[in-house]
Structures are given as C-alpha cells and as structure tokens.
Design a protein around this ligand. Structure first.
Ligand code: NAP
Length: 333
C-alpha cells in the first residue's frame, strides 16, 4: 500500500509515521509531504530515510491512503485532489468533520459510519475522542442523556510551536521577564486559559462547539445535551477532562465499572473510585485512562469521572491509523 502523510514534519504527522511503523500497517511506500518550508528534510520510517516533498497534485498519484495533519486550509485544498486520484483521505483537521457525507469516526464508537465514505473521512477533535471512547460503553449500558465536560488541554494541541512557547514563557516568568504571548491570548506559563479557538457572540469557543457538535454526530444522538468549558493548561502533552454524564437508566457504580472495564480502548485505574491517571503518565500510550468514577447526588442518574489520554496519539495519530486499519478490515481499502 502507498501511504502519504501530509504534515509529516509536524507533531501529529511525525507521530502518524511512528504509529504506522509500530502497528505494522502494511506500508509498501511512504510519501511524506509538508509545505515548501520542509521540502528536502528526511523522515525515518522502519530505519530508512524518506525525503519530505512539498505537497502538489502529482504527489497523490498512486496513493492508496492519505493521512492529513496540516491544518484546515491545506485539507480543504488537497483532500478533494487526493480523493479524486483514488486515495482515501483520513483528515485530522476540522475542515470536513461536520460535512454530511463525511464520516466522523472513532473506531471504538462508530466504525460502521465508514461504510458510507466517499473518499474523505474525518478524524474527530482530540478532546472529543477521549470523552466518547469512555462514554460509549456507558451509553450502551444506561442510555446517555446529557454530558457536561470541563477540559484541561495541553499546549501540544496547538502544534509544535506551542511547546516552545510554554518552555520560553516558563523560563521568562521564573527569571522575572515578560512572557511572549505569541500563540495564546494570555500567558500560558503557570496559568490556565478558558479560551481555545475563537469565542463567538454567544460566548462559546470553537473548541467547545467541537465537543458539542462532533459528540452528537459520532454518537448519532442529535438531541444529546452537551455543555463544555475548554481550558488550555500549561502541560506539554496529554489532555485531561472532568466529565459529568446523565443517563436514562440508573447507572449503578458497579455496572458502570464493569462496562468500562470491558470497553475497547479504555484503561480503568486499579481502584477506579479513588485512583486516577495524570497527563505526565500517558505520553506515547494508546488507551483512554478513566478513574475517579463516582455517582453524583444530583441530577438523578448521573456519574462523574476523570479521563486522560495522549492527545497526539489517541486524540490524533493513533485514531487515524485505527481508521485505516478498520477500512482494511471492512475491505474498503
Ligand atoms: P504542527 O506541529 O504545527 O504541524 C503542522 C504540519 O503541517 C507540518 O508538517 C507543516 O509542514 C504542515 N503544513 C502547514 N502548513 C502547510 C501547507 N500550507 N501545506 C502543506 N503542509 C503544511 O501541527 P500539529 O499539531 O501536527 O497539527 C496538525 C493538524 O492536526 C491540525 O489540523 C490540528 O488541528 C490537527 N490535530 C492536532 C491535534 C493535536 O493534539 N496536536 C489533535 C488532533 C488534530 P512544515 O514543516 O512544512 O511547516
């Protein structure tokens, strides 16, 4: 199989190359693509160097699957080109996610949506993926009515440059210098910013809309009540979320723990009532880690839990490769 990775020099793209290798995805030829800026650089795959090319139409000739992680602009431009040349595009940006004929897929939640793909498949928002991997088994057991999520999202969600901004700003604060604030509206070092993406006239941010709209589409629950406060925190990698979910049926703690312990993609902490995982423990790990599960006194039939995952891996690269694997399983690739 010929596999193109658009954005191969970025945080998500380089993790995609790593995940393809680790999972022994059947790659016969890898075509790493980026902008003119990175043309000529090398990407190592299975011990061999591959030269990064600047993306152009001819780069998609003969490609079977194209993993995109270069942002919405390049996705809007290049996904139809790649699809018209016969490639199946799995796109990490938000460009196509809410288009009606584009499946938006978390393989543990709605793999059947892939059956109707027309050449472009969207990978959901990182914060949404980890919440839904944990919520799906609970929905199957008790019937999901509403969710309230507060996210604690690491700076790696903003891309490679944000890692430098957190490092440099932390140093500046410790040395008594003014922080740069290039990527974020307020200093990120030693701070928390309840602001991810533009905030609209209703006061809701882009990231909060993603959690609302994408959750409804993926879960196929058009009336699901979703509220979200998306917060950027000074953590390099790994997103955390405090989730409160309300169900049709009474979710006994014992049944909830049982459902989660059998759920694909979920790793339940050893003592799920008391113990929890933190972002520094999840880098490079595949599962969505769930802990601190408890019944809420109100509203009725509610559960709370803490969920942490590697946003670059399950939130992006791993989910995209799992989609490609699922396509092979369904003989769609
Ligand atoms: P990043 O580290 O900034 O990397 C961006 C990549 O895109 C680089 O390879 C860059 O190539 C390439 N690129 C940028 N503009 C381009 C253009 N005009 N044409 C071709 N290539 C271009 O960003 P990232 O964190 O990997 O994120 C990439 C995408 O994945 C974004 O859409 C993001 O929203 C999405 N995503 C990110 C996360 C996350 O947690 N980070 C999670 C889910 C989805 P150069 O080296 O040539 O600049």
């Amino acid at each position: 199989m010929r596999v193109a990775v658009l954005g191969a020099t970025g945080l998500v793209g380089s993790e995609m190359v790593k995940v393809l290798e680790e999972r022994a995805f059947p790659v016969d030829d890898l075509v790493p693509l980026a902008s003119e800026r990175s043309a000529g650089r090398q990407v190592i795959f299975k011990g061999r160097p591959y030269v990064v090319r600047a993306v152009e139409e001819s780069a998609f000739e003969g490609i079977d699957v194209a993993l995109f992680s270069a942002g919405s602009g390049p996705s809007r431009k290049w996904a139809p080109v790649a699809a018209s040349k016969g490639a199946v595009v799995i796109d990490n940006s938000s460009a196509w996610r809410m288009e009606e004929d584009v499946p938006l897929v978390v393989p543990e939640v709605n793999p059947h949506a892939l059956d109707k793909h027309k050449g472009i498949i969207a990978n959901p928002n990182c914060a949404t993926i980890q919440a839904l991997v944990a919520l799906k088994p609970l929905h199957d057991a008790f019937g999901l009515k509403s969710i309230q999520v507060v996210t604690f999202q690491s700076v790696s969600g903003t891309g490679l440059r944000a890692l430098d901004e957190l490092k440099e700003d932390s140093k500046a604060v410790l040395e008594g210098d003014p922080p740069t604030c290039e990527l974020y509206p307020k200093p990120i070092a030693f701070n928390v910013l309840p602001h991810i993406g533009k905030i609209d006239e209703k006061g809701i941010s882009e990231e909060e809309y993603k959690m609302m709209n994408e959750s409804r589409k993926i879960m196929e629950l058009s009336n699901l009540a979703v509220s979200c406060t998306a917060v950027r925190v000074p953590v390099f990698r790994g997103h955390s979320e405090a989730v409160v979910a309300t169900f049709e049926k009474d979710p006994s703690l014992q049944n909830a723990i049982e459902a989660l312990s059998k759920a694909p993609g979920v790793s339940l902490t050893e003592d799920p009532l008391y113990s929890y995982v933190v972002p520094s423990e999840v880098e490079g790990k595949d599962p969505v880690f769930v802990g601190r599960i408890r019944k809420e006194p109100s509203p009725e039939n509610s559960l709370s839990f803490w969920v942490v995952a590697d946003n670059i891996r399950k939130g992006a690269a791993l989910n995209a490769v799992q989609i490609a694997e699922e396509l092979i399983k369904r003989e769609l690739l």
